[in-house]
Design a protein around this ligand. Structure first.
Ligand SMILES: *Cc1c(COP(=O)(O)O)cnc(C)c1O
Length: 413
């Protein structure tokens, strides 16, 4: 369900004209819809007819207000750093609803997570397992863990967001994973409670998920034969969303398919959705600074850039772009680019787009996931503001950075 709609030829975020938000908060501006976030979370979470915990992937969109909103709906979270743990705890997420993934957890981060009492670590290497055991021993506690399996399944997505292939840095193959479980069951301060895999992001078909699940289930049953009983199966995130013409499975289809495979087992499923919750719940609003026609190309130069939304530059990804108030002028091919001094700084290339003029407002759709959370200050550009809309009220959930924010941490600032 979308809560970004045109009414009387003016784009609205729920009940507020986007033009009004741009006037109030400036541009570039991230705008999120709380109704869409709620709808996406509930549609996903209600899709599973089996005991489960939906752990929203914090890195997709990490604002505390958004974590708090999802937490109030019953979400747990998947974190990948001590910083994300800090955010999750600040947002009031209960520690027993937090799982911790990532290949490079440092001892200090492990300590913080144990201190908080998180549900489990998703362990990605033998050395990490030993580190967690050592830290838990120092703290006189026991760490619950899953081993992250690399099932060698091709998710058929962009190479940078494939994670479950042999050549990827994530998880352990089945042979190494077996050794890790054997070792885990010997270690005093480790309790193996689950198994984990996350094969990639923006998947647009169910087959790779089911293939991965089958491999994990088979592996689980062989572990059971060795006396290693697991209660949790974490299938990660990765369900895709429509950016353009993609037609990914609906969460209900995904949920039904997984539920069917798990029927009759006593396993608690953990899911780590990010993009499918936040992606289409956010837009990026930007203003045309200049238009420029050259013999080679027509450029629309806007005030949002790759530092605000890196996905087009990093993954050649597509974001639908439109006018906030469509003027009905004729279309031509343009590159929509930002002010950054890199040729890789584009938001769209060779896109058929209506003629636009200086100061007009444009919108990039599907910018809620991996948008603000991947933004930077490159070219000393203060990061955009973030606003959360609920009906006819808007709340500034992160103010626009100032020039003083840019230099605040530097010597003699
Ligand atoms: C990024 C990530 C996710 C979320 O992926 P989406 O494609 O946004 O659903 C889940 N789990 C892990 C371990 C991740 O790294």
């Amino acid at each position: 369900m979308h809560h970004f709609e045109y009414r009387h030829n003016e784009l609205h975020a729920e009940d507020i004209p986007v033009r009004q938000l741009a006037a109030e908060y400036g541009t570039p501006l991230y705008v999120y819809s709380s109704a869409t976030l709620t709808h996406h979370f509930q549609a996903f979470d209600s899709a599973f007819g089996t005991p489960h915990l939906t752990c929203y992937s914090v890195k997709a969109c990490s604002n505390i207000a958004i974590l708090r909103l999802l937490g109030a709906l019953g979400a747990g979270v998947d974190i990948v750093s001590g910083g994300e743990l800090h955010r999750a705890l600040k947002a009031g997420i209960a520690a027993e609803r937090i799982v911790y993934s990532g290949v490079g957890k440092k001892r200090e981060e492990i300590r913080q997570a144990l201190q908080a009492g998180i549900l489990m670590f998703n362990v990605e290497s033998m050395q990490e397992l030993e580190s967690i055991n050592a830290v838990a021993r120092e703290m006189e506690t026991v760490a619950r863990i899953s081993i992250r399996i690399n099932p060698d399944v091709d998710p058929k997505t962009h190479p940078y967001i494939s994670t479950g292939l042999k050549k990827n840095k994530f998880g352990l193959d089945l042979i190494q994973a077996r050794a890790a479980y054997r070792r885990a069951s010997e270690l005093d301060c480790i309790e193996p409670v689950g198994i984990d895999c996350h094969i990639g992001s923006q998947l647009t078909s169910l087959a790779p998920f089911l293939e991965a699940l089958d491999r994990v289930l088979l592996f689980c049953s062989s572990l059971r034969d060795e006396g290693i009983q697991l209660r949790y199966l974490d299938l990660g995130g990765g369900l895709g969303i429509p950016y353009n013409e993609e037609d990914p499975p609906h969460p209900a289809e995904y949920g039904n398919a997984l539920t069917e495979r798990l029927h009759g087992t006593d396993i608690t499923l953990i899911l780590e959705p990010g993009r499918v919750i936040a992606g289409n719940a956010g837009i990026l609003v930007t203003k045309v600074i200049y238009t420029k026609e050259t013999p080679g190309k027509n450029f629309v130069i806007v005030d949002a850039a790759m530092n605000d939304l890196v996905r087009p530059s990093l993954y050649q990804s597509y974001h639908r772009i439109a006018e906030v108030s469509p003027q009905g002028r004729k279309s031509r091919a343009v590159d929509v680019v930002g002010p950054i001094c890199e040729s890789g700084d584009f938001l769209a290339q060779d896109r058929a787009f209506p003629e636009v003029r200086q100061e007009e407002l444009l919108v990039l759709f599907s910018a809620g996931a991996y948008g603000f959370s991947m933004s930077s200050q490159y070219n000393s550009r203060p990061r955009a503001a973030e606003v959360l809309v609920c009906g006819n009220t808007s709340t500034l959930i992160r103010r626009r950075e100032t020039y003083d924010d840019l230099t605040a941490l530097e010597e003699n600032a």
